[in-house]
Ligand binder design. Structure first.
Ligand SMILES: [Mg+2]
Length: 289
């Protein structure tokens, strides 16, 4: 898609668009700040609902996911935004909810872990214990099945699990082959609600319960729980964040972190640019609403 077409996408960020959109390159926010500002100024919403991914967005990606931490200054910025009457803030991450809370550690914001399967109110799973039991059993099977592949990390996140392969030598273990190995193990694993399903993300293959739920649905539920009218703004870097961008495409603003093709309206270069945007929202964006 050309830049001019993308510009029209940004122009119509708050209007209905055609169904089944295709990811495309999006314009850099720093070059289209006027359009971003225009989206806020022309919204008749009372508040901005700011949804944020964690890894690669609030926190830089690191080799060891257990050592990930928010950029210096983001804690203070999130506290300021959470306390501001014009903003509601939510962090929606693939991390387990308890892990996410401890890493963000800001009161007065909404949290959703495990891609929205764990929410601080109205969680979508009917039989989480059955899912936990199945995920635990499958993680044990995967530990044995993948033991010979150096660098694979299996993370049991309770109602989901992640197989990280960023440290795996690709020779002989291409992601597609790893996916097939995992699929063979998972294919017979059932919960009370049916079979587990596999999804892919940034150097990760994820095992999820068999319900139709994602970050976009979590974002939509959070918005529906708001008492005031809101314009959603979602910022994230991963393929799973595209589900949230499919929501903001309909009514809101999506900002993708990185250079991949996306359903978002704008792109920023990395977590440092996200911090700059949070600061701009605190200082200036609040005046645009
Ligand atoms: Mg991310």
């Amino acid at each position: 898609m050309t830049n001019s077409t993308n510009d029209s996408v940004a122009d119509t960020a708050q209007t209905n668009r055609s169904p089944a959109p295709t990811p495309t390159p999006a314009p850099l926010l720093c070059k289209r700040k006027d359009r971003f500002r225009h989206c806020l100024e022309t919204s008749d919403a009372e508040r901005l609902f700011l949804g944020l991914d964690f890894d690669g967005t609030l926190a830089p990606h690191v080799d060891d996911p257990t050592s990930a931490a928010m950029r210096s200054g983001n804690h203070k910025l999130l506290e300021r935004l959470a306390a501001h009457p014009k903003f509601t803030v939510a962090v929606i991450s693939g991390r387990e909810l308890a892990d996410l809370r401890s890493r963000v550690d800001v009161d007065g914001i909404r949290y959703a872990g495990n891609h929205g399967l764990e929410m601080d109110t109205n969680p979508p799973l009917e039989s989480p214990d059955s899912v936990r039991s199945t995920i635990g059993r499958v993680c044990g099977m995967l530990e044995r099945e993948l033991a010979s592949i150096d660098g694979v990390q299996i993370e049991n996140k309770g109602i989901t699990a992640s197989v990280h392969y960023r440290d795996v030598e690709t020779d002989g273990h291409e992601p597609e082959q790893l996916y097939q190995l995992i699929d063979a193990v998972v294919s017979d694993a059932t919960t009370d609600d049916g079979k587990l399903r596999l999804t892919t993300g940034h150097d990760v293959i994820e095992l999820r319960p068999p319900i139709d739920w994602d970050k976009g649905r979590a974002l939509r539920q959070f918005i529906d729980e708001e008492t005031a009218s809101v314009i959603p703004l979602f910022i994230g870097d991963d393929t799973t964040d595209e589900d949230a961008f499919s929501v903001t495409r309909t009514a809101g603003i999506g900002i993708h972190v990185g250079t991949a093709e996306t359903l978002a309206d704008f792109q920023v270069s990395g977590p440092a640019a996200v911090s700059e945007l949070l600061e701009w929202l605190c200082e200036t964006g609040s005046e645009c609403l």
